[in-house]
Design a protein around this ligand. Structure first.
Ligand SMILES: C[S@@+](CC[C@H](N)C(=O)[O-])C[C@H]1O[C@@H](n2cnc3c(N)ncnc32)[C@H](O)[C@@H]1O
Length: 173
């Protein structure tokens, strides 16, 4: 998110949402506690690594590459979706799964639509939506030879009643 007042207001809103008064409590309630709950419930050995997507590398993660990488609703929140994909492409030796809202327009032309608005609004952390052609071309440019839409994930977000539709894309090299 942009720094300064924008960021301060977002953090204040998150504290109000969780009814706490410190960023540390937000961090726990918003990020750590739900993750730990799931990890314990599933008896998982998963290791969590906090990082901006731009800084991910095999060396930092201590692995060669991953068989499966899932990127669900992340790219639209990045200032630079292409740069984000550049970071994760080398980390994928198997399938990259992207779940994303896609723009409809473009008439076959690759389009990345700006959705950040002119001023801060309620959804203040979303910046870009690609159309299908744009996402396919970026992935192919980064070495994924096979890029296919394999389905959709739809549902209703509560309590707002907002109906969402995410396109599910599988990409392999
Ligand atoms: C809407 S949530 C999606 C969470 C989850 N992947 C899912 O599919 O339900 C957006 C996620 O993008 C992450 N995110 C946004 N910008 C990021 C960045 N620059 N680097 C890494 N993660 C980022 C946020 O931390 C948040 O967890």
């Amino acid at each position: 998110m942009p720094l300064g007042e924008d960021r301060e207001r977002t953090l204040t809103e998150l504290m109000a949402y969780h009814q706490v008064s410190t960023i540390e409590e937000v961090h726990n309630l918003h990020l750590d506690a739900p993750f730990e709950f799931c990890r314990k419930a599933l008896n998982s050995k998963i290791r969590r690594y906090h990082s901006t997507i731009y800084d991910l590398s095999a060396q930092k993660l201590g692995v060669d590459a991953f068989d499966l990488i899932f990127v669900g609703d992340v790219l639209l929140h990045t200032f630079s979706p292409l740069r984000a994909l550049v970071s994760i492409a080398p980390l994928c030796r198997g399938t990259l799964i992207i779940s994303s809202d896609l723009a409809n327009e473009g008439y076959g032309q690759p389009i990345m639509r700006y959705i950040g608005g002119e001023e801060r609004s309620r959804d203040n952390r979303s910046w870009w939506i690609p159309n299908r052609s744009c996402l396919e071309k970026m992935l192919k440019r980064l070495g994924f030879k096979n890029v296919a839409v394999v389905g959709h994930h739809t549902g209703v977000r509560k309590p707002e009643g907002y109906v969402y539709d995410r396109t599910i894309i599988h990409a392999t090299k």
